[in-house]
Ligand binder design. Structure first.
Ligand code: AMP
Length: 273
């Protein structure tokens, strides 16, 4: 496995190979990330992962400084997953003095995470576009866990004609339903026990959907009931492509929510139909 710290090194390593799958991450890897690496490994002759805690996608009062990091552990997990190339640039390599360009995907970033985290998706879209230009992947792998992020990236790729296939893979969960997340490491044991409320709320909406309920507000209400006593930033049942809140479900939809447990903010979602 080759570890590349600079854009020039990454470009040189990429130049020598054909089809390539890229798994972009912020590190502190778990089975969710590794499922993306395994999928990329199965579908591409060469696999690259990036580890970069992207400062531009964090708001001023968010957790950039305390975001968990463990590069040696990440590298040994990626090596075991059969990854060939790991791109781990420093922030100054990605954002040198005088960096001034931002990619803004409109519309699908208005609600949900975009509404609560202004500027977040501009940071995500810009860094992912840079990673695509540097690594030039044939396919890029993202998790359904960050549903709005996947929609934003798909839209950017379509709108800007970027020559990459975006693959979105299912959310990997703990046995009690909690979606794996690097941020789960912030939770106290008590908060970790409470965190199952996200999946419980989503599952109650999904059960009603599976039983035939198609009124979106009824499904949102079921989630809010399950979240009684918790602080939710939003509870949503939206069109899976446009992310517009729905009245009635008559096509692919997504139930999603964001919940605060102390100073930790967790998100999750389930596809409906
Ligand atoms: P992050 O390191 O949190 O930026 O995540 C890197 C990639 O892993 C993103 O595409 C995430 O959507 C994906 N990911 C994070 N958690 C999970 C999970 N539990 N299951 C599947 N993919 C995930």
């Amino acid at each position: 496995m080759k570890i590349l710290k600079t854009i020039a090194e990454m470009r040189a390593a990429r130049a020598g190979v054909g089809e390539l799958g890229l798994v972009p991450t912020m590190g502190y890897l778990h089975e969710g990330h590794l499922s993306l690496a395994a999928r990329a490994r199965a579908e591409n002759p060469t696999v690259a992962a990036s580890i970069f805690v992207n400062p531009t996608q964090f708001g001023p009062n968010e957790d950039l400084a305390r975001y968990p990091r463990d590069l040696p552990r990440d590298l040994s997990l990626l090596e075991a997953a059969g990854v060939d190339l790991v791109f781990t640039p420093e922030p100054a390599e990605m954002y040198p003095a005088g960096f001034d360009t931002v990619i803004e995907v409109r519309g699908v970033t208005d609600g949900l995470e975009g509404a609560v985290r202004p500027g977040h998706f501009a940071g995500v879209a810009t860094v992912v576009a840079k990673l695509f230009n540097i690594v030039q992947p044939t396919r890029a792998y993202f998790g359904q866990k960050d549903a709005q992020q996947s929609v934003v990236i798909r839209k950017m790729v379509r709108d800007l004609d970027l020559p990459v296939q975006v693959v979105v893979a299912p959310t990997v969960r703990e046995s009690d339903g909690l979606a794996l997340s690097s941020r789960n490491s912030y939770l106290t044991p008590e908060q970790r026990a409470q965190a199952t409320v996200l999946y419980r709320a989503l599952s109650s909406a999904k059960a009603r959907f599976d039983a035939g309920e198609r009124d979106a507000e009824t499904l949102r209400h079921a989630m809010r009931e399950a979240l009684t006593g918790f602080t939710a930033d939003y509870v949503s049942v939206a069109d899976a492509e446009t992310l517009q809140e729905l009245d009635r479900l008559d096509g692919p939809a997504i139930a999603s929510l964001a919940v605060r447990l102390g100073s930790t903010r967790l998100i999750d979602n389930l596809l409906l139909g």
